[in-house]
Write a protein that binds this ligand. Structure first.
Ligand SMILES: NC(=O)c1ccc[n+]([C@@H]2O[C@H](COP(=O)([O-])OP(=O)(O)OC[C@H]3O[C@@H](n4cnc5c(N)ncnc54)[C@H](O)[C@@H]3O)[C@@H](O)[C@H]2O)c1
Length: 345
């Protein structure tokens, strides 16, 4: 367990600096390369951590001192960079959503499998105490048979969030907008906690950001494979931002999460407990769900050293994408859409 794992961060926009910080703070991990086409973004971050800046990701993934490549690029570039990394024999940790549609996501997974490299998918919000505790309560039957599982993610992004990026909100480079970018976190949590969704109906419209191609206001109803029902609401049009809410109702009670913290825990005879003290001291714990980024980076370094898969794999990222694509299809067709089911575990 003494080997240090070298990391390259590809993409220094909103989320790349978070990866760099937590690689620096993770045990047995070292940031070797920061890559961005833009020197004004890449070089200062590289200098901060005594790493190299490169503009060309092909060079970055080929470096001998890099074992893991983290992909923090516009969504439609995830596949080509993962391919380059896998062909160079490097493990891949990819930001959510894994890619912009199922076909490309499956190709990305297959390439990593073919080259025998590990593939981790970032879903940092699974790793905070509130969501983990809710997951365990449902999976261990503390909530009883689940009846309803909802998400309400009503947030705000200013117009520049879309106009300045050149890729967000486009079908060709993002595969959607609010639902695939912000909503994917919630759909991942719902399906991780409540199980697969088998059918959806709904609307995915832009009501405020008229210059984007895809949705800023999405409302869908869903039927889980278990028979439970739910609502998926996701918006970047709601001002001001409301707390992200996950609402779970089972035969034995109710759990409400607000911004991933337990806001209500109403199960007779079952206490939610408290986050362990050592968790509160982890890097990123001060910033809520950022702690998940730290834990997933630490996990990836450990997975490489221990020769095991990361906790959240590429395959784990497929079902939320399938649900999202089905909701977009429901908007286009006006009807109910069946969601392909994940293989039984
Ligand atoms: N987990 C989270 O909390 C979280 C938060 C934000 C973004 N994300 C995800 O991370 C990914 C990146 O999002 P973002 O908001 O940081 O994007 P961004 O647009 O802010 O940054 C992307 C960066 O990639 C660079 N880039 C583009 N093409 C490149 C290329 N060919 N080679 C090298 N650099 C290139 C750009 O110059 C830019 O600096 C997306 O998939 C997004 O969904 C996740």
């Amino acid at each position: 367990m003494t080997q240090t794992v070298g990391f390259a961060v590809i993409g220094v926009g909103l989320v790349g600096p978070t990866h760099a910080r937590f690689i620096d703070e993770a045990a047995g991990a070292e940031l070797k390369v920061v890559c961005d086409l833009r020197e004004d973004r890449g070089r200062p971050l590289a200098d901060q951590y005594d790493a190299a800046w490169l503009a060309d990701y092909r060079q970055a993934v080929r470096r001998d001192d890099v074992q893991v490549v983290t992909i923090c690029l516009p969504t439609a570039l995830h596949l080509e960079v993962a391919r380059a990394a896998a062909e160079a024999g490097k493990h891949v940790l990819v930001e959510k959503p894994i890619e912009m549609n199922l076909e490309r996501a499956r190709e990305l997974i297959a390439i990593c499998e073919r080259h025998g490299v590990k593939l981790g998918a970032i879903f940092n919000r699974r790793f905070v105490f509130g969501t983990r505790r809710a997951h365990d309560a449902v999976q261990q039957g503390e909530l009883g048979r689940l009846l309803v599982a909802d998400m309400h993610f009503k947030s705000w992004r200013p117009p520049e969030y879309y106009t300045d990026s050149g890729w967000r909100g486009t079908w060709s480079q993002e595969g959607g907008a609010a639902l695939i970018n912000q909503g994917v976190h919630g759909v991942d949590l719902l399906t991780w906690i409540a199980g697969p969704i088998r059918r959806v109906q709904g609307y995915a419209r832009h009501l405020r950001h008229h210059h984007i191609e895809a949705d800023d206001t999405t409302i869908a109803v869903c039927e889980y494979a278990s028979g439970a029902l739910g609502v998926i609401q996701c918006a970047t049009s709601v001002y001001p931002r409301q707390l992200d809410r996950i609402e779970l109702h089972g035969e034995r009670g109710t759990i409400l999460l607000e911004d991933y913290k337990i806001a209500a825990w109403q199960i007779d005879g079952v206490a939610p407990g408290e986050p362990p003290a050592e968790e509160l001291a982890l890097p990123g714990a001060d910033k809520g769900t950022s702690v998940g980024h730290f834990l997933q980076i630490q996990d990836m370094a450990d997975a490489v050293r221990e020769g095991r898969d990361p906790i959240v794999t590429g395959a784990d990222a497929l079902h939320s994408l399938a649900v999202i694509q089905a909701i977009y299809a429901a908007e286009r067709t006006g009807g109910a859409v069946e969601v392909p089911q994940p293989p039984a575990r």
